[in-house]
Structures are given as C-alpha cells and as structure tokens.
Design a protein around this ligand. Structure first.
Ligand code: DHB
Ligand code: FE
Length: 288
C-alpha cells in the first residue's frame, strides 16, 4: 500500500527561483532563508519518497481568470513549466504518475471532492520554486531531470470565491485516505506551498504579520482546526490578500496523522514581500 511519510511547507516566491538560478543563495540577503531548507533536504534524503504531491495555486499560467477550478489534480505523466514573467527561466519537465493520479481522483470524487482532472497542466512558480528550493535547479534544455515524481494539486486562492480553511483541511483528510488506499508500495510526501503573510497590491501592499504567521505555524503543527475558525476575509485581514495562500498548508496537514511529529520549523521575514515558513512533519504511523 502507498504510505504517507510526512509533509513539508514552503512559500513559493518567484524571486527565490531567480536567487537559485543565479547562484545567490549564499549572499547575505538570502543565506538565512535558504539555510532553513537544509534540514528539510536532509529529511528527504533520509526518507526517500517516490512521489511528491504538491499543493499549490496557479497564478495565471495554466488557469486564467475566465476559468478557475476550485481544486484541480494533475493526471498526466509529464508537466511542463513555461515563461511566466518574473525573469524566471523555465525548468525541465516534471515526471508525473498518471495511474496514481487517477486513483486519487476516483477516491476524492467518491469522498465528495469533485475535483477538476487535468491531463495537460502547466505548472508555475507556485509548484516549481518549492521543488527548486528542496532539490536545486534543473533548467529546461540542460539535459538534467528531477529526481522525484510529482503530482500537482491546484487550489484556487486567486479568484473569489476561494475555498475555506475548513474545506482545505477536509480535502487533506480525503487526500490522506485516497493515498493510503492505493495498492502500490509508493512512498509519498505532501508539499503544502504558498503563504505566509503577504499582500502584493492595493493600499496595504507590503503587509507582513509576523505574529499571525508564527501562531499559524504553531497551530498547524498540533491543532490545525484552529485556523478553521477564521473566514477567508478574516485571514486576509490578518495575513494580506495573498496571505490566504496559507490555507493550502492545511491540505498537507489534513493528510497526515493527528499526532504527526515536528522534525523542523523555520521562519524568515521578509523575503521579497513575504513571511516565509518551512515545516517538516513526519507521520508517526510509519517506521522506516
Ligand atoms: C511573492 C509571493 C508569492 O506567493 C507570489 O505568488 C508572488 C510574489 C512575493 O513575495 O514577491
Ligand atoms: Fe503566490
């Protein structure tokens, strides 16, 4: 049976991709931020997952505002990145696992999550940059390939109405059941991306709320239901309009055991416009 080894969280800031591609990770502005990924890389090295399920939001590369699914699952064997501005060079294509994706889709729909299934799906910085931060860069055309299979799970955090924190936590619980009912012996890690507090537009552009970020990180570790008391408007009032992305961490958390163990926690602010948090949580149900 497939097993969930644990979960990781990461922001997905475009400038992080540039810093990696341009070899700036050890410069003073970036060093402490990237140091926060070292324990996550070491953990991945130790647990050796076969597949990463990456929960992220598309920012207009694959879905534009004319058609935005609330939840969309990649069901392909390959996912391409493309020029999305920001000066980011596209990275090498990602290998998926369509068979596993279709199992997840069937199980999620059975559990009343009527997701959109995508047999073609371009992945943007929301998906690419956390993987770059954990595995390094693989530029398109370089001949390099990614060392792990990946499955994109896109959550709409861009075009309102956006799903609630409570709905995201429930999606995670359903995703956990879907993964663990797959008959193949796959080792799975879930990556929850986005957040933490940031607002890129309007009068409050530049808003960062360190206290709210730190409280969210603490609660997501051991009491993720805490976040579900807030409406999206309340989360955005605290964390900024784009800070709503943090609800995607709840999809990761919901898929893990209630007593998942904290392996690593790191917070750095500001990076670009954002408060950036890294968590590594290990599923205690497993031994390896
Ligand atoms: C930034 C953060 C994001 O999540 C994003 O999608 C774009 C930009 C930033 O901090 O600059
Ligand atoms: Fe974003």
């Amino acid at each position: 049976m497939a097993s969930i080894l644990g979960g990781i969280t990461s922001s997905h800031i475009p400038a992080v991709g540039n810093a990696i591609a341009e070899g700036k990770t050890q410069e003073p502005y970036w060093k402490r931020f990237f140091d926060g990924y070292e324990p996550a890389k070491a953990w991945l090295d130790a647990v050796k997952p076969d597949v990463l399920i990456v929960v992220y939001n598309d920012h207009g590369l694959n879905f534009f505002l004319d058609k935005v699914p609330t939840f969309a699952l990649g069901c392909a064997d390959v996912y391409e990145n493309a020029d999305e501005g920001w000066g980011l060079k596209p990275v090498a294509p990602f290998t998926g696992d369509a068979e596993f994706s279709w199992h997840l889709a069937e199980s999620l729909v059975e559990q009343e999550f009527d997701i959109c299934t995508c047999q073609e799906m371009k992945v943007d910085h929301g998906f690419v940059n956390p993987i770059r931060a954990l595995y390094g860069n693989r530029e398109e055309g370089s001949g390099d390939s990614w060392p792990i299979k990946t499955i994109p799970l896109a959550v709409n955090t861009v075009q309102h109405p956006v799903p609630s924190a409570a709905r995201c936590l429930k999606l995670g619980q359903a995703l956990g059941k879907a993964i663990e009912s797959y008959p193949e012996d796959l080792r799975v890690v879930i990556l929850g991306t986005g957040g933490m507090s940031h607002q890129l537009q309007g009068e409050r552009a530049g808003l960062i709320n360190v206290d709210f970020d730190l409280e969210c990180m603490e609660r997501i570790i051991s009491e993720p239901e805490w976040m579900t008391q807030f409406s999206n408007a309340e989360i955005m009032a605290q964390a900024g309009t784009e800070g709503i992305e943090t609800i995607m961490w709840l999809v990761m958390r919901g898929a893990l055991a209630d007593d998942a163990k904290l392996i690593h926690k790191h917070y750095h602010v500001p990076i670009s416009n954002t408060g950036a948090g890294v968590l590594v949580l290990e599923n205690e149900r497993l031994s390896y």
